[in-house]
Design a protein around this ligand. Sequence first.
Ligand code: F6P
Length: 483
Amino acid sequence: MSDSDPQRADFVVVANRLPVQQSMSQGNEEWRPSPGGLVSALTSVLQSRNGLWIGWLGVSEHGDPPRTYEGIRLKAVDISSEEYENFYLGFSNATLWPLYHDAIRAPTFHRTWWQTYEEVNMRYATAAAEAVAPNGTVWIHDYQLQLVPNMLRELRPDVQIGFFLHIPFPPSELFMQLPWRREIISGLLGSDLIGFQVPHVASNFSRIARRLLGATGTDSILHYDGRIIRVGAFPITVDTAQIISMASDPKIRLRAREIRRDLGNPEVMLLGVDRLDYTKGIQQRLKAVTELYADGSLSGDKHVMVQVAVPSRESDAHYDLERHSLEQVVSEMNGDHSLVGSPVLHYLHQNLPFDELLALYLAADIMLVTPFRDGMNLVAKEYVTCRTDQTGKLVLSEFAGAAAELRGAFMVNPHDLEGIKEAIRLAMKAGPKEAKARMSRMRRKTLRRNVYDWAQSFLAALQQGSQDRTPTETHDASPSPSG
Ligand code: F6P
């Protein structure tokens, strides 16, 4: 493509995955939109800006991928099966993922994984450099692609580069373990704007950038290599309007009533919905609920729990192990406390459609979201958003990014079994008046912004940064919409 090539896009999104994925329908392979708010948020921005999305199709061998999705051009990055092992399962999900989530599992460091991470990042950077129009904008997403900003800057110094990290960024004590720590920070510093989910995580990054690479400036404006890099918190959220409209659909409300009936119309229905990931604290939560059955706080004829564990990263040994030990806890809980015909725990290791999840959210009395560490946790926000009648209680980990906003939740330290039990007891005891006050507090906060505002606020800060850019700038101006 030449510089004046009309095929070049003014706005390019680079993410590990494309917004479509291959699935089987009646024996045929078909392409469907990937689930999640990110796709819908970015779709409208891309549509309005002659946009293009660069990413991986999620399979090493694939048929002909679609060239467009909802009018957005797609550009697939190929990843071989060896790169899938080293880049995706290896460096992304066995080095960075555990390291960035409090080292809940020991991160593994392999030089060959790192080498492939560099190579694959360069492939994404080259694809972006080829695709973006002169002076265009590139928005890079997440931990799999932290080297892309600087690689792209070297290839295309004319473009504006934004980066958003969807997961936590660790404190220095953990990050310093990484043998390639300088390279990662220098990769990210190729951006004009680096966004994180919450302010203290943004500060972790800026402190490390000053300490490791000698960047100067404040937590929100760094000076490095003759450039200005803005750093801020942009807490992601859900498509609130879509969730509210789906939650008032009579079919979904009827399904919620059916679910309760099928569960035997319990007095209290507890619910957990998570990707099956060792960071989500599912086992600890189920152990807490089991102990509540054992001590008589819950009883098999009145209380029932549903736990949805969405299959994820199944070819990774850590995830396989987590599934097996979780299922051991599930079977102990049911074995010890169920009655004939009414298990105390309904465990679904399935990827349920979003309308079924919404029906579960509407059916539940108490939602348990207790990750050991989570960038944001959109399940908590989805639950709160769909409870339009202000009912329902939320037990929430203080280590989820969402905890900063959902102050009306019953907060827990997810490592503290007694604390989780006490929070569930308190949630059960809370009367309708308290529950309503808590839920409306959370809804007021959540409904203030939707995922489109999130995307717009990031892009506006990126744009603003490039307008204000002067090498002598010294004032501190946090781009964070959350303050
Ligand atoms: O939360 C980070 C994230 O990468 C999400 O973007 C994604 O939906 C989830 O983890 C699962 O990731 P994967 O692409 O590995 O299936």
